[in-house]
Design a protein around this ligand. Structure first.
Ligand code: AMP
Length: 214
């Protein structure tokens, strides 16, 4: 079963995706993670993407669609969770094509609805394990043992360069201008499932579970 997690930055897409990976053996395909890996490697794509990402603007449709295509081939029959992709109508159309070519089809588009001021606070406090990527937050989710990752026991943590207020506001503006217009595309198809993203992580997770099992 392939699904999209849709919502503005900080809505909780990565947190919910991580849970679905652990509990259901699905595969998270995050274009943000792929781009950050490309930046870290210093590849041509990474060099092109870095400045765009730091500004909070969107990387080109061609680059992110190609990244998704490459990674889709690796996951075989496991269900995909598209996280942070698609973000524009051309990307949504590209995804339809990429899936159809592989005999796959979207089952659900889960839209995490959130209050925007809360997002700035959520994003400002977040950090993750430098080893396994497990997500944390200064206020909402600190590691159980100080300075030690709950998941892998790692001791190195990192914060994203683009998680500052100015860039977050730009990312939100991009979401409104370019990503929200794809909601009707999926609503018309009858696969858009809005979920209250302001509820607790567990409540959101339960809502997603009932959609996937329903
Ligand atoms: P994310 O980790 O999903 O918040 O993405 C971080 C940044 O990577 C975004 O602000 C964009 O600059 C870029 N990015 C990630 N996914 C996409 C996408 N599907 N289309 C365009 N740019 C993207």
């Amino acid at each position: 079963m392939d699904i999209i997690l849709l919502g503005p930055p900080g809505a909780g897409k990565g947190t919910q995706a991580e849970r679905l990976v652990t509990n259901r053996g699905m595969v998270q395909l995050s274009t943000g993670d792929m781009l950050r890996a490309a930046v870290a490697e210093g590849s041509a794509v990474g060099r092109e993407a870095k400045a765009v990402m730091d500004s909070g603007a969107l990387v080109s449709d061609a680059i992110v669609s190609a990244l998704i295509g490459e990674n889709l081939d690796r996951i075989e029959t496991r269900g995909a969770i598209f996280d942070g992709f698609p973000r524009t109508l051309p990307q949504a159309e590209a995804l339809d094509l990429l899936l159809a070519e592989r005999g796959r089809k979207l089952a659900h588009v889960i839209e995490l609805e959130v209050d925007e001021e809360a997002l700035v606070e959520r994003i400002g406090g977040r950090f993750s394990c430098g080893t396994c990527g497990a997500p944390y937050h200064d206020r909402f989710k600190l590691p159980k043992v100080d300075d030690q990752c709950d998941v892998c026991g790692g001791h190195a943590f990192r914060r994203r360069d683009d998680d500052n207020e100015q860039t977050v506001r730009r990312r939100l503006a991009e979401y409104h201008a370019k990503t929200q217009p794809i909601l009707p595309f999926y609503a018309e198809r009858g696969i858009l499932r809005p979920v209250d993203g302001m509820a607790s992580v567990e409540t959101v997770a339960a809502a997603i579970d009932s959609i996937l099992d329903g």
